[in-house]
Design a protein around this ligand. Structure first.
Ligand SMILES: [Zn+2]
Length: 402
């Protein structure tokens, strides 16, 4: 079975198209190498666009990466994967923000070099363990553009520097944000009031809660918070998803208030994406063409596989976050009986961003509406949601470093 990995490496294009067959073959491959200490590189994939590009190294075992050069000054990112074998080396053309990449075997392990486009930065790196029908490990490198930042100087001579306008030189020195980007989506707004309570509309409660959650998160230097709306305006659902995508969201949370026929029904609940909705998501995305629009080969099948892999992982992470959220909210706010549910909300359909929709309570229930309209109790509730977000990233970090 050792040959399987090598075949994939030599013939990358065909291997990509046959990705599902490779996954099947991997089951045996992993077993036969379970005791080896060196991880084999199975293939390298690229996806995304000029806003965000993802490079995935498929590995038959877990691996850790060390950033040797961050590319901020010269655009050359170097990542050393200590226990990875890339015998023979590999290289390929870029896509999106990645101009080119190559992997060489060194004495210290596999050395990955990524040549970035001018305004691109490494946004994150993490290891995805086998899950959701994928039998192998994936080391993911996310690259994002830095809006308004960094025009790289091609030469360090004073002459070239003198030609650059001073503000551009300043921009080049801007630090890379390593903060987690949380996009908070206050549901409804403007001409769309959402559900009606006895004292007011859902849209206002949602916005007040979003601002409270933003305040909670911004007390930590770890987060950058983006709101899909900051006032009483209407933002179409598709635009909310795009805002999350462009912000490079690490997590998306949509805040709503429930309504029901029965005024006695109360409590919060958390929704993630259902399978049915995922299919709708695929159609929506392809129509819109803002994600995974190209692959190395431009092959439709590859596109489908990449999309599928990303979305499976995302669904998994969304569910993990939803459960952490529910356990943090428990005791701080009333919960519905079955608090984590799957649903087909369009706003959850950014395929590579873990997303949940939190119904904070029933605006049609007197006690819930009082609770949600009370500044102090609402803040406590949103603090608990913030704790759930802390938990989620603590867990994600633990997984990535093991
Ligand atoms: Zn709503």
């Amino acid at each position: 079975m050792a040959g399987a990995g090598k075949v994939v490496m030599r013939n990358r294009g065909r291997a990509l198209i046959a990705a599902s067959a490779v996954a099947v073959a991997l089951a045996g491959f992993v077993v036969s190498h379970a005791s080896a200490s060196v991880a084999g590189l199975l293939k390298v994939r690229l996806g995304g666009d000029a806003q965000q590009t993802r490079l995935v190294l498929d590995l038959d075992q877990a691996a850790t990466g060390k950033l040797v050069a961050d590319g901020v000054s010269d655009g050359h990112v170097v990542l050393l994967l200590a226990n990875v074998s890339a015998q023979g080396g590999l290289s390929g053309n870029g896509q999106g923000l990645v101009k080119a990449w190559s992997i060489d075997q060194t004495s210290g392990g596999a050395r990955l070099q990524i040549d970035l486009a001018a305004d691109a930065r490494i946004k994150g790196r993490f290891l995805l363990p086998p899950a959701d029908g994928v039998d192998h490990y994936r080391y993911v490198v996310d690259v994002a553009s830095q809006p308004g930042g960094a025009i790289r100087m091609v030469s360090t001579t004073a002459q070239v520097a003198a030609k650059l306008r001073p503000e551009i030189i300043t921009a080049r020195a801007a630090p890379v944000s390593l903060k987690k980007v949380i996009v908070i989506d206050p549901g409804h707004g403007g001409h769309d009031p959402g559900a009606a309570g006895a004292q007011g509309f859902e849209k206002d409660v949602n916005l007040a809660a979003a601002l409270a959650l933003k305040a909670r998160l911004e007390r930590s230097p770890r987060y950058r918070v983006v709101l899909t709306r900051e006032d009483d305006t209407y933002v179409p659902l598709a635009d909310r998803v795009r805002i999350a995508q462009r912000a490079g969201a690490d997590l998306f949370i949509s805040l709503h208030s429930d309504s029901g026929q029965d005024a006695n029904v109360r409590g919060a609940s958390v929704y993630t994406l259902s399978d049915k909705a995922s299919n709708r998501g695929a159609r929506f995305v392809r129509q819109d063409d803002w994600f995974m629009k190209a692959s190395l080969t431009g092959d439709r099948g590859v596109q489908d596989i990449l999309f599928d892999l990303t979305q499976r992982a995302t669904k998994n992470r969304s569910s993990a976050f939803a459960n952490q959220l529910v356990s943090r909210i428990d005791g701080k706010a009333p919960l519905l009986n079955r608090s984590h549910r799957d649903a087909g909300f369009m706003v959850l359909l950014a395929p590579d961003v873990p997303a949940v929709l939190l119904e904070m309570g029933f605006i049609t229930n007197t006690e819930d509406e009082d609770f949600l309209r009370d500044t102090g109790r609402r803040a406590k509730f949103m603090n608990a949601v913030g704790d759930g977000i802390d938990d989620y990233f603590a867990e994600a970090t633990r997984l990535a470093s093991r």
